[in-house]
Write a protein that binds this ligand. Sequence first.
Ligand code: AKG
Length: 275
Amino acid sequence: MSNNRIEFTGMTRTVVESELDYHLERLDLDGYTVIPDVLDAATVQLIRDKLDAANERQIQQYGRERLNELKDYGVIRDLLVDDPFFQELVLLPAIWDLVGRIVGPTAILHLQNGIVLEPNLKHFQAFYHRDFSKDFVADKVLAINAMFAIDEFSARTGGTWVVPGTHRVSRLPSQRYMDEHAVQIEAPAGALFFFDGLLLHKAGDNRSGAPRRAINHQYTRPFIKQQLDYAGMFRGKLDPESRFAQVIGTWTMPPRDVAEYRVDPDKRTYRGGQG
Ligand SMILES: O=C(O)CCC(=O)C(=O)O
């Protein structure tokens, strides 16, 4: 001991100089962190209305039965396709402050899913899973989730359950371990909940009598295949030099053939420096 501080021989001390540093530390050690008050009340209400309308549209298009059969009821996967509001959401600085630091500035969007957790209905995501479902852990973060609570997350509304630290193990813990160590996320509407793509988590049970909505985003290193071909969906519809184009993966597409590969390096579809 010196100066009333315990010295940990050989250990590097973590220095936390800002709120962001502390969230980064929590993400590293626990695998998740929550930042309250990211979206204001008017934006949250706007998103609720948009999610409800999009959910209703997909029920009309596919039918409840088919969506249930596909285990996809209550998940809206195409929010950004026709709505610039959701395109802007993927670029929000509050997301990139963390994603840029952890996954890197060339991270790409893997998915943007609206989630409507109806009351008293077991959601298909209400069982433990990893969103970046791999049987290994890496020494660098490959995928980070950024989920907005659009309604309050609590025990009553079905806040997400997480099992802290499980992003660091490739072995699946026992059910007993998960039950004893799980933590339910409590967060006000408008909060941003980050979690490592390898963290075991599940949706809670909504006993509130009203829908509990959320929007989940996942960002990965750019060499990882996306859930949907966003670059293909937006081909010819956006400025190829824009930040949005980069984030949805149009700077990291494999060349379609050898001719497309044998162009000048600065014209490659998988651009240099992306990682
Ligand atoms: O809605 C939730 O609380 C969890 C959602 C989830 O598990 C997911 O999007 O992967």
